[in-house]
Design a binder for this molecule. Sequence first.
Ligand code: PLP
Length: 366
Amino acid sequence: MQVPLLDLQAQYATIKEDVLRQINEVLDSQRCIGGPKVEQLEKEIAALCGCDFAVGVSSGTDALLISLMSLGIGPGDEVITSPFTFFATAGCIARLGARPVFVDIDPQTYNIDPQRIEAAITEHTRAVMPVHLFGQMADMDPIMQIAGQSSLAVIEDAAQAISSVYKGRRAGSIGTCGCFSFFPSKNLGGIGDGGMVVTCDEALYRRLLILRNHGSEPKYYHKFIGGNFRLDPIQAAALLVKLPHLDKWSQGRRKNAAYYTKRFEDTPVRTPAISPDCVSIFNQYVIEVPRRDELLAHLKEKQIGCEVYYPVPLHLQECFSYLGRGPGDCPQAEKAAGRVLALPIYPELTDEMKAYVVDTILEFLD
Ligand SMILES: *Cc1c(COP(=O)(O)O)cnc(C)c1O
């Protein structure tokens, strides 16, 4: 049996007609930049998050970049973030000439450990950028408290956590702003690149709008140096079709996660720890196992898709060697990088597929 890590065709088959109809509306209107689809999606995502404002942008990476830009973060500034995340989180900080400051993770949730943040704050710190990894939100209450004490902005990297819940609040709605990605493998994925920033801060919202369009306000008068960070209306059209299904799809992932977790009980497989404060959307279902690399090779041989997110913590990436950090600086992130393995969790998995995944893993570990 073949079980891919993700099967986007299975999902597309269920919504194909609707997607084609929505895209055709964009084509017929020839409103090819911005327009009603983008505005409608912004309205719906803001409502989903319980935020006043949303700004559609060109990718999750650009959502992070434009958020940092709109807060005026640049050379001489420091931004505290997690070393155990996709590269874009820290890449955006560094691209603006600011310094990413890596704080080790909580080994249970893989999210930034709030207890270690305070010691990393200096007179140069401007913001904290928690990442809601694998679909579970970081422990936001202590993060907001520590940030508030030092007047730091909080940018939620919610690329993997749209509609995820922490103590009754949605990802993106707790910090100064929240950033989403519509990369096709995210829970709400477009048919190409796309992203969104949500915020309740109106002044920040105005700056985001201006920066998205080359910093121009009014047209051809440039107060800031912005860029072209616009969301494509074709993406918005496809996302408007998918958004009403998001809850059901995340529910399907949680159901699959519950199956795996039950089957791995009392085995050497460590299953994801979901905090009682959180409802995860399981963008990934990540286990920890001994002999991880051997298991990875074995599963590939058995035609089961799996992946290591992430094999090299960011403080050990070659491009960040100038930061002067090294092995042993973030031991929990380093340990996780050597042990984690993401399994197929997408909602269209069949019972047979899930059983095959578990049986194959348990046979290997036996
Ligand atoms: C996917 C992702 C991003 C980047 O989003 P893109 O849309 O691919 O640019 C940023 N941060 C995290 C944690 C992500 O998973």
